[in-house]
Design a protein around this ligand. Sequence first.
Ligand code: COS
Length: 386
Amino acid sequence: MSWQDGFQFDLDDETKMIQEAARAFAQGELLPLAEKIDHEHYFPREILPKLGQLGFMGATVPADFGGSELSQVAYCLIIEELAAACASTSIIVSAHNSLCLTPIVDYGSDEQKKKFAEPLARGEKLGCFALSEPSSGSDAAAMDCTVKKSGDTYVVNGTKNWITNGPEADTCVLFAMLDRSAGYKGICAFVHDLNLPGVSRGKPEDKLGICGSPTCSIMYDGVELTRGNLLSTDGNGFRVAMTTLNSGRTGVAAQAVGIARAALRDALAYSKERVAFGKPICEHQSIQNYLAEMVTKVDAARYLTLGAARKKDRGESFIREASMAKLYASRTAVEVADLGVQIHGGYGYVKDYPAERHLRDAKITEIYEGTSEIQKMVIAGHLLKE
Ligand code: COS
């Protein structure tokens, strides 16, 4: 056992096996590609069928619909392992599972699960989630994308922004406003194929980090959907979005733990090799102080993350815990990656070493699936009610 395992958290044998399989794949096949994925903004298409074979593309989906039916704890461990090798790949997998598959499984009819969830869970198709817009992100209910209903037909017009997997995805979970006068109760959720007439995609965004995870806008121009695309009922879309994001936040927290772990792993290795004042820098107290701080935070972040996931697995309320995990783990990722750069000195500032990549990759975890400011609103709101 090494520091990378952290607390064992009473994992059962099956979960330990999944963690080991994820680590073996991530370290053996993904880590060697991570630099290319980042530097060339390379979408690792060839990795996806392999992740499908491992069962990671439908991690928590019931076996009846082609999934692996794993616990949320096991899912978070998979995302952590992928992120410790390549943050871009971890968010491709996390957006696909948490944001696209979860609402289909939780709110879709059996027919929708068969049609949309099965090929996603097998890794044959890639999913995305379209909630944010050019003028609404944190205030998710303030959306401008509209849907007009006529009989069983729903016609969608508007633009969705910051769609992780957008340029490559086949299937989308979409949110649009049916009745503005009803506020958040006027929002509908849909699942649809992206190759419909009237759907177009913007150019891939040029981002600070997670450069192999493609992001774009999706435009809807009179796109016709049917009742067969509606998830849940008219007006229940905000609930679909919020509950989806609750579990999604445990996935982003796990991603942040993985990035922090990678930053510590690389800084630790460097500190043993680099000599200053006649000895390896890991023998200097100031570097040891950094390393101690880093490993403590990584373990604390993982503890919060798996704690939130375990509450979900037990069917308990986990909204505050998921937000706490995301808030703390994302800050940890940024702080630990920053110290990783500091330990590397000048070498931390150039692209020859992965230290700077971890810092660029870490930052987004404080922004997507709810900014840190939103997480604090959720945490304080629940604290005052409990
Ligand atoms: N889980 C389940 N239900 C939730 C919820 C959550 N986390 N947050 C809010 N709700 C429910 C509330 O219980 C309420 O339902 P009822 O009226 O039935 O009780 C309803 O949603 C409206 O809640 P509220 O009035 O608090 O909504 P607001 O519009 O004020 O927004 C926040 C609440 C800010 C928490 C929400 O908009 C949010 O999470 N924003 C961030 C969105 C986000 O993460 N975007 C990233 C996009 S994906 S990259």
